[in-house]
Design a binder for this molecule. Structure first.
Ligand SMILES: C=C(O[C@@H]1C=C(C(=O)O)C=C[C@H]1O)C(=O)O
Length: 365
């Protein structure tokens, strides 16, 4: 054995012994999760036991990042713990998560980032169906896009919150990297047609104007659908993310073609559950009000008076005839906090309609 081989053997023996310890600890943790499930069922009485606890998961992940001393990066250890919790939760109860399909969309990527790989992700044909599936109890939770850093709010999602009585149980952010994809061995000069979802065309507009001004842009229902079509047609490309590359056997002609390098989409987790406080939470509400002078001031003043920070406000037509509006508002804090309750009860008396969409932990990963 050379000196190098000897040194490697010593290190690999160390790794083997550490792996053994990690393995034992993982199974010990899994057994604790199984016991947690038993306790949850035992004490639930008439109600359905709640297995997924987003506030607890957020606390676990935060603590992991806070105590991390490296050399592993905070986000990387958190990602590993994300997966550990995912397998533990699956032992308690396998989770079914509906998302806007088909397979390979950014929403599926978001679902897996949030729930880990042990969750079953169920593709739906429309956003309405994502909501309906959760409302009907066919899926435990759903994942829907709510806003993009360069294109703004996903207004269709907002409108669905008005129609369905589901709660927001969590949020996450996903960096969106778009690639130009085509069949293997495609000459990038010969592309004359490009498929994408309208949102992705908007996020890559300048790049496309510069690099493919002549190519016909065809809007499709999802990037995954565009990728599927591009895989079958010569001279055609699609804009999609990493997941679509392998899924549809495509080649990356150009990476990261989004106009803004920090292009990020925020997603919401929808469910039928009130989430307890994690210590670092957000609350979302929908309010409708008539277009009277000073209406926005009346609705926002209580937040200022109680020193609550707004993180988002969006106005939508209420579609109730005339000029009435619906305001979607995100703010810091949890509905169990006193000052949040004060603001909500003041708003209830001044706005036409107020719908609490939920309090949930701020995105950790
Ligand atoms: C173990 C629990 O159940 C689930 C699994 C968790 C975990 O593996 O750490 C955390 C929260 C729950 O989603 C729990 O409620 O504590």
């Amino acid at each position: 054995m050379t000196e190098q081989e000897q040194a490697l053997k010593v290190l690999r023996d160390q790794i083997d012994s550490i792996d053994k310890q990690i393995h034992v600890l993982l199974n010990q943790r899994a057994m604790c999760a199984q016991n947690v499930a038993e306790v949850k069922e035992q004490y639930q009485g008439e109600e359905v036991a709640v297995f997924y606890r987003p506030e607890r998961e957020a606390q676990v992940l935060k603590r992991v990042m806070e105590r991390n001393e490296g050399p592993l990066a905070d986000k990387e250890v958190a990602r590993l713990f994300r997966e550990i919790m995912s397998v533990c939760l699956a032992l308690e109860k396998p989770m079914r998560i509906s998302f806007l399909g088909p397979e390979g969309t950014f929403t599926q990527q978001a679902a897996l980032k949030h729930f880990g790989l042990s969750a079953e992700s169920a593709p739906m044909a429309t956003l309405d169906q994502v909501f309906r599936e959760v409302e009907a109890g066919a899926a435990h939770y759903g994942v829907v896009p709510i806003e993009n850093s360069s294109e703004g709010m996903a207004t269709h999602t907002l409108d669905l919150f008005k129609r369905f009585s589901l709660r927001i149980c969590g949020e996450l952010e996903l960096k969106i990297h778009h690639h130009l994809l085509a069949q293997e061995n495609t000459d990038s000069e010969l592309i004359n047609r490009i498929y994408a979802h309208q949102e992705s065309f908007a996020q890559c507009r300048s790049w496309l104007d510069t690099n493919y001004p002549q190519a016909e842009r065809i809007t499709v229902s999802s990037n995954a659908e565009g990728a599927r079509l591009a895989a079958q047609e010569v001279g055609t490309a699609a804009i999609a993310g990493d997941m679509a590359v392998e899924l549809y056997g495509l080649q990356i002609l150009e990476r990261n073609i989004e106009d803004q390098s920090d292009n990020t989409t925020r997603f919401l987790i929808i469910g039928d559950q009130d989430v307890g406080p994690s210590g670092d939470d957000k609350t979302s509400i929908l309010m409708s009000a008539h277009d009277t002078p000073g209406v926005l001031y009346t609705l926002l003043e209580p937040f200022h008076r109680h020193a609550i920070s707004l993180t988002r406000i969006e106005t939508r037509p209420a579609r109730q005839g005339g000029w009435s509006y619906m305001f979607y508002i995100d703010f810091e804090g949890h509905v169990e906090e006193e000052k949040v309750q004060s603001v909500l009860s003041e708003l209830e008396s001044s706005s036409v309609e107020l719908k609490l969409l939920g309090s949930y932990p701020k995105a950790v990963l």
